[in-house]
Write a protein that binds this ligand. Structure first.
Ligand code: UD1
Ligand code: MG
Length: 455
């Protein structure tokens, strides 16, 4: 049977106290809904329908061209009402799987088990168990252990509130069945809402077997309703990332203090100190060492390179045996070849450093081509911007740029040039010569310090 997935995502998320729609709140750097859609796509359904409501335009805009079908639920009249809005977009004859836009860690494996249970029993629920299931719909079973209905917290009797098995918000059933059950539900209950969970009582009342599957753990069925829950799930997800890295042979100084917001691929014997944040796609080669408190986004760092504390790098590439930081900043387009050293308070943007070059202290190198074995002195900057456009600086192989040099681009420092400290270089230099561009030093003989006038 063809599969159609409906994601209920019209919730407001009042308890987040935010101007951002709940499903756009971020977990591991991505919207909650993005995590749910990842799981949905892995099941390769014929269609994915997202029911949106509050802040809907922003939600749609956050997911352009992804082959999703969007349905607006103008009034938030309950989960049953939300699914009713979606059904016209669900192909006839499809098996429907209902997901929640705010339950981001659901595993594909669990959803597959739920679908399997549904294939036998027509209607299947994903349930879980808690010592105290307060706030959730309780799964009421009859004397034979068969599911009879769901009792919502606010409508449950004291005895039903003792039930530990709760409904996680995930279910599956054939489209036609859902349509007929939903036509029969009302809103005469404690919340005046159309409860999707009322279809369970209707199905059981029709004599159908309602199947169930168990969630593998609590994190995967945990919804996000508050900042506290969001923070807890973030840690749960990051703990999972840390566990996978440890199992793959990466040394983590503290598995509780690493954040991977994207994908991190590591070679052998990589070590990562505390409080590092990895974003986007990051690849670390063999024996790469990352010091504490680094932020590394969309980077590749090759074998045996070392990144010292408090370094920030983004959209750049680092070759083998480099030494970066502490307190270095690589901005987009920085390309370091082998054995390059970039030291403290050095910023590199859209520039290539060839093998063995160094800028060890306090420098800005932007829009530049730096050859091999170049030494860039402390305080050196490339003046790449004239207020209107950017210009390039070329420093050829084996140059020595003295401290506090100012290289006014466009300019070329030819091979083997020496630049005297404190020079402002605005013209190309000849190869192999010392170029100085600073006022000559003078000392005044017989000079006397000024005296205060007496009054
Ligand atoms: C729902 C279940 C409850 C279950 C719990 C699990 C119902 C009536 N109750 O309760 O049995 O234990 O989830 O978390 O279904 N939504 C819409 N439109 C609406 C209302 C809700 O799209 O009009 C969406 C929400 O964005 C959310 C999901 O449906 O993603 C669940 O809604 P929520 O209000 O959180 O339901 P609960 O009261 O938690
Ligand atoms: Mg909820």
């Amino acid at each position: 049977m063809d599969l159609a997935i409906v994601v209920l995502a019209a919730g407001q998320g009042k308890r987040m106290h935010s101007d951002t729609p709940k499903v756009l709140q971020r977990l591991a750097g991505r919207a909650l809904l993005a995590h749910v859609l990842d799981a949905a796509r892995e099941l390769a359904p014929q269609r994915i329908v997202v029911v949106y409501g509050h802040g809907g335009d922003r939600v749609r805009a956050a997911f352009p061209d992804t082959g999703l079908t969007w349905v607006e639920q103008r009034e938030r009249l309950g989960t049953g009402h939300a699914l009713m809005q979606a059904l016209p977009e669900v192909p006839q004859g499809a098996q429907v799987l209902v997901l929640s836009g705010d339950v981001p860690l659901i595993s594909v494996d669990t959803l597959q088990r739920l679908l399997k249970a549904g294939a036998e029993g027509e209607l299947a629920l994903l349930t879980s168990e808690l010592g105290d299931a307060r706030g959730y719909g309780r799964v009421v079973r009859d004397g034979n252990g068969r599911i009879a209905r769901i009792a919502e917290e606010k409508d449950a009797t004291p005895a039903e509130r003792e039930i530990r098995e709760w409904y996680t918000g995930f279910l599956t059933a054939p489209r036609a069945r859902l349509e007929s059950w939903l036509a029969r539900i009302g809103n005469r209950n404690a919340q005046g809402e159309y409860y999707l969970t009322d279809v369970i009582g209707l199905a059981a009342g029709d004599g159908l077997d309602v199947a169930s599957a168990r969630a593998a753990d609590l994190d995967e069925v945990q919804g996000v309703n508050s900042r506290g829950e969001l923070a807890r799930l973030e840690r749960a997800l990051q703990r999972g990332n840390a566990t996978r890295l440890l199992e793959a042979g990466v040394t983590l100084a503290d598995p509780e203090r690493i954040d991977v917001r994207g994908s991190l691929a590591c070679g052998r014997d990589v070590s990562i100190d505390v409080n590092c944040v990895f974003e986007g796609e990051v690849t670390l080669g063999n024996r790469v060492r990352i010091g504490p408190n680094c932020v590394i986004k969309n980077m590749s760092i090759a074998d045996d390179s070392e990144v010292h504390a408090f370094t920030l790098m983004e959209d750049a590439a680092v070759g083998a045996r480099c030494r970066i930081g502490p307190y270095a900043r690589l901005r987009p387009g920085a390309r370091l070849e082998e054995a390059v050293h970039i030291g403290n308070f050095v910023e590199v943007k859209a520039s290539r450093f060839a093998a063995g070059s160094k800028a060890n202290h306090l420098a800005y190198i932007g829009d530049s081509e730096v050859g091999a074995r170049v030494n860039v002195g402390a305080g050196t900057i490339t003046c790449n911007y004239d207020g209107a456009s950017k210009h390039r600086t070329v420093i050829e192989d084996d140059c020595f740029i003295g401290s506090n040099a100012t290289l006014v681009a466009p300019v070329k420092i030819a091979q083997g040039s020496y630049i005297g400290a404190g020079s402002t270089i605005s013209k190309d230099t000849p190869p192999g010569q010392l170029t100085l561009a600073r006022a000559r030093q003078v000392s005044v003989e017989g000079w006397k310090p000024p005296k205060k006038e007496k009054r």
